[in-house]
Design a binder for this molecule. Structure first.
Ligand SMILES: [Zn+2]
Length: 235
């Protein structure tokens, strides 16, 4: 095998190793997981606030009902007494009449607020229901992604370790001088080696001069004179 073919193989390994490093960084970073978690936490805080408000709305509705019942009971009692004939004192009768009117007004006021309490309660119940559904959804996607990440991490790590071993073996077969040259170019551009297609460098698409083409035929390693990449002639 020509040195340049070994180098081409090395580049294939390095490309894949680079991809795996990026993939593994995603798993380590867990950005998406943290995003879901913070959405979950925000929603949870909203839910807690709404649940507290709902509890309060239920309490207000109940106490409103209790007050109305009490007033209605008092109203009936007073009314019964007023028309029973037991009381004949005019002043006392007037007082009772006034009391009835006041009670009636209070009942009406409480009845009108009751509608507001009921609507508020329904609104909060709906919000709490939606919030709980959202939380379940976030929880599920978090668990799914976590599972996917741990599976992906194992798979990528295994492949990564395997490729690193292959790379170590391959590197032993390549001349140090050639390897240095590859590393130098590689640090400047993403792909250090490119094929020549139709007489053009596949990295920068500039014509490869005749002189270079001749050299390539002699199995001499040549860099593209425009972009500096190592040219790989097709076998
Ligand atoms: Zn080029």
């Amino acid at each position: 095998m020509r040195q340049i073919d070994l180098l081409w193989e090395l580049q294939g390994l390095d490309t894949r190793i680079g991809e795996l490093e990026k993939e593994l960084a995603v798993y380590t970073n867990k950005k998406k997981l943290r995003e879901i978690k913070s959405k979950f936490d925000r929603e949870k805080a909203l839910l807690q606030r709404d649940e507290a408000a709902l509890k309060e709305a239920i309490r207000s509705t109940k106490s409103n009902r209790v007050k109305v019942e009490e007033l209605k009971y008092n109203f009936e009692k007073t009314e019964q007494k007023l028309y029973s004939g037991e009381v004949s004192n005019m002043k006392q009768l007037e007082g009772m009449q006034k009391n009835l009117e006041e009670t009636q007004r209070s009942i009406e006021t409480l009845e009108s607020v009751y509608g507001g309490y009921k609507a508020e309660r329904a609104r909060l119940e709906e919000r709490v229901r939606k919030s709980r559904a959202k939380l379940r959804k976030y929880k599920n996607s978090f668990d799914e992604l976590k599972e996917k990440y741990s599976e992906g991490e194992i798979r990528a790590s295994v492949e990564y370790d395997d490729l690193q071993k292959q790379r170590q073996e391959l590197v032993k077969k390549i001349d140090k001088r050639i390897l240095d040259r590859y590393n130098r170019v590689r640090h400047g551009v993403d792909t250090a080696m490119v094929m020549i297609e139709n007489g053009k460098c596949n990295g920068c698409h500039m014509e490869v001069s005749v002189v270079y083409s001749e050299k390539l035929k002699e199995d001499v390693m040549v860099n593209c004179e425009t972009c500096g990449r190592i040219l790989y002639p097709k076998k």
